[in-house]
Design a binder for this molecule. Structure first.
Ligand code: BJW
Length: 237
């Protein structure tokens, strides 16, 4: 059977859990250890920029040793199969790590930003950055000091590339949600958008998400097992 002519995949923290990167809302998740309001809102950043920069510096450093897992690899394999058949494929990730790219995925939208990029609040230039930043960091574009922040979408801020995502959802024939709790909007609403477009919807997660009942097909288990198995089945069908 040919592949669906247009596939959108949404990933969340669960796909990187077995690569050693923490999720947010699981029992030992990031938001159980750190206050969300202090670390993931523009107000928290304005109150204590050093605390927020330190949190993101630590996570940026973690990426130097983090390695993609079999779930990331399977999605890269699915993307190249789609390319070979002329089918559209868009991988939308809520993750700010770079493990999809490390595994070979090419058509990736980081809707909540990227740890390896920083943004100047003065001139809005986004630049690649692998190192720590802080309140004394100088912007490489406008040369002002103290305006460089993580290129991360915090609560109350608009996620990135929403038009591109909306276009892909409105045309997709298959929507697959992987490793996300469905607790954060607008990502949690993508399954409905895909459903209205007539897509088949699939959830692959460790346990049922908040949206589980909406999906046509659900599979539960660790991403490194269920994602490769699901991709193999789709490619063999
Ligand atoms: C495994 C596994 C394994 C574990 N294998 N699986 C009231 C109602 C509705 C909406 C709102 C509301 N009040 C405010 C809002 C909007 C708000 C929102 O959604 N709030 C909710 C808390 C209610 N959203 C926003 O503010 C967003 N912006 C916005 O809405 O702009 C306005 C707008 C947009 C568009 C159109 C119109 C208007 C911005 C959201 C920014 C989110 N930012 C964060 C932090 C920054 C990134 C970072 O620091 O890393 O992004 S929060 C955090 O949650 C992070 C994640 O990307 C995001 C989603 O989390 P995710 O990935 O789902 O992780 P978990 O931990 O929740 O789940 C992990 C899952 O994996 C679990 O299900 C596990 O079972 C599973 N799992 N191990 C497979 N081995």
């Amino acid at each position: 059977m040919p592949l669906p002519r247009s596939i959108v995949v949404l990933t969340g923290a669960g796909i990187s859990a077995e690569s050693g990167l923490g999720t947010f809302r699981d029992e030992d998740g990031i938001w159980t250890k750190y206050p969300l309001e202090a670390l993931a809102t523009p107000e928290g950043f304005a109150r204590d920029p050093d605390f927020v920069q330190g949190f993101y510096n630590d996570r940026r450093r973690q990426l130097k040793t983090a390695r993609h897992n079999r779930a990331h690899e399977a999605l890269a394999r699915l993307e190249s199969a789609c390319r070979a058949e002329g089918a559209d494929f868009l991988l939308v990730t809520q993750n700010v790590d770079n493990l999809h790219e490390q595994a070979g995925s090419r058509n990736v939208v980081h809707m909540h930003g990227e740890l390896t990029r920083v943004r100047c609040m003065n001139c809005f230039t986004v630049t690649v950055c692998q190192e720590d930043i802080g309140t004394s960091t100088q912007c490489t574009a406008c040369r002002t000091v103290g305006h460089v922040r993580p290129h991360i979408v915090w609560f109350g801020e608009m996620p990135l590339e929403m038009n591109r995502i909306g276009d892909a959802l409105s045309q997709c024939r298959m929507f697959v949600s992987i490793g996300t709790s469905g607790a954060v909007y607008p990502a949690a609403g993508f399954v409905q958008e895909a459903m209205y477009a007539g897509a088949r919807t699939v959830e692959l997660n460790l346990e049922p998400s908040e949206n589980a009942r909406v999906f046509d097909e659900t599979r539960y288990g660790p991403a490194s097992e269920i994602v490769p198995a699901w991709v193999d089945r789709l490619l063999d069908a």
